[in-house]
Ligand binder design. Structure first.
Ligand SMILES: *Cc1c(COP(=O)(O)O)cnc(C)c1O
Length: 400
């Protein structure tokens, strides 16, 4: 019933040819860029020293402004994103905050999808507003009717598709074209898909953002973010902002995320296969009202997903019958494979009650049932199904 519409490898010409900058496969030496920890960089020529800032973020001039590890990772991230230039930040949250700060000034207006990640919303509400930016949220399902919301001072459009917790799909190419027509930049948080399943820059987005703490790292133990921009002018703006805020991507963490990237493609295929089997099984269970995932043919976002995305990751929502909220302690106890935890993208399966920002204005999360979020990990899917079956049975018995 749930069929993949395209294979991931149809979309991923770049990853097969990844080579780290600075590592020439024909020379003797380690495969991966060795960890280079640095603050001070020494020079043997005083003129070269005086000119060091000409290489700001392009070569190693001071630990804060990048090491061989952050540059090697940035080069491969840009290759995965299909072009442009990347800057590595300390976290996904920093990537979002610094991207927004790079694009906006007092008096500007920004349109933000109502379904964005909670910290994105808090940054807009608490920081951008404090610095005089007008923030307006819009219904992610309003499509190109969004055009009426653009104003002369609209300088940015922020998208996240599918939406956090609620998985609404946006028509990214159409919305990015609208923004361009009105002289605004489009930023997109693409953490769910990664550039292997959807490439924002190809769809007209100007700034593509990843929380590298999720699938890029893949092992639930690193914080890092990436910002990939379309033009040299944006690259200058973003790296200046990142530098001015003193945001630092640790070389050890860059090394780990770079290592994670090597297996991103094979991991994503397994996450997807497991998620598809879980979704199919969940749809047969009487406790389940609806699965929130664009892969489901009856999902409102299915047509867009099928047109634009080459697959799904392991993350989706499940709307249970409302009475299961009262027995959630039982539902979530004695789990053997699934764990309770929020930051997904690692090898382990996770299950949590969904927590979309309660302040959504336009499209609140479904409230006719009990919404949970599942991350399908890399375990054996029959073990995962057995674990969920036991949990649902326990909860149903408690309800009597
Ligand atoms: C986790 C996440 C972030 C924040 O990333 P951190 O690396 O945790 O700071 C941003 N957007 C989305 C969609 C995320 O899932």
């Amino acid at each position: 019933m749930l069929k993949r519409t395209a294979r991931i490898d149809e979309h991923s010409a770049a990853p097969a040819t990844l080579t780290a900058r600075g590592v020439d496969s024909r020379v003797r030496g380690p495969v991966n860029t060795p960890v280079q920890r640095a603050s001070t960089i020494l020079y043997d020529d005083v003129i070269e020293y005086e000119n060091r800032h000409k290489g700001f973020y392009d070569r190693v001039i001071y630990g804060l402004y990048g090491t061989e590890n952050s540059f090697a990772l940035a080069a491969d991230v840009a290759a995965l994103e299909g072009g442009g230039q990347a800057v590595i930040t300390a976290s996904g949250t920093a990537a979002i905050a610094l991207s927004l700060t790079s694009c906006l000034r007092a008096g500007d207006h920004i349109l933000v999808a109502d379904c964005v990640y909670g910290s994105t919303r808090r940054f807009c509400d608490e920081m951008l507003r404090r610095f005089g930016v007008e923030v307006e949220y819009f219904d992610p399902l309003m499509g190109t009717r969004l055009e009426s919301r653009f104003r002369p001072n609209t300088k940015a459009l922020f998208l996240e598709s599918p939406g956090s917790h609620t998985f609404e799909m946006s028509d990214v190419p159409a919305l990015a074209a609208l923004a361009r027509k009105h002289g605004a930049l489009t930023l997109m948080d693409n953490t769910w898909a990664t550039p292997l399943l959807f490439r924002p820059l190809d769809a007209g987005v100007d700034i593509s953002i990843q929380s590298a703490s999720k699938y890029f790292s893949g092992h639930s133990d690193v914080m890092l973010g990436t910002v990939t921009v379309r033009t040299a002018e944006l690259y200058e703006r973003v790296k200046d902002t990142v530098g001015r805020f003193g945001d630092h991507a640790s070389p050890d963490d860059c090394y780990l995320v770079h290592r994670g990237l090597r297996t991103l493609d094979v991991r994503l295929r397994r996450h997807e296969a497991n998620a598809l089997k879980l979704i199919e099984w969940l749809q047969t269970r009487p406790e389940v009202m609806r699965v929130l995932a664009p892969v489901v043919p009856t999902d409102p976002g299915h047509a867009i997903w099928k047109r634009d995305y080459s697959g799904m990751c392991g993350l989706f929502g499940v709307l249970l019958q409302p009475q299961y909220e009262a027995v959630r302690r039982t539902l979530f106890s004695d789990l053997r494979v699934f764990r309770i935890g929020s930051s997904w993208g690692g090898f382990e399966s996770l299950m949590v009650p969904a927590a979309p920002a309660p302040v959504r204005h336009h499209r609140p999360a479904p409230n006719d049932g009990f919404l949970i979020r599942i991350h399908a990990g890399l375990e054996d899917v029959s073990d995962m199904i057995a674990d969920l079956a036991a949990a649902l049975d326990r909860a149903r018995r408690e309800l009597g």
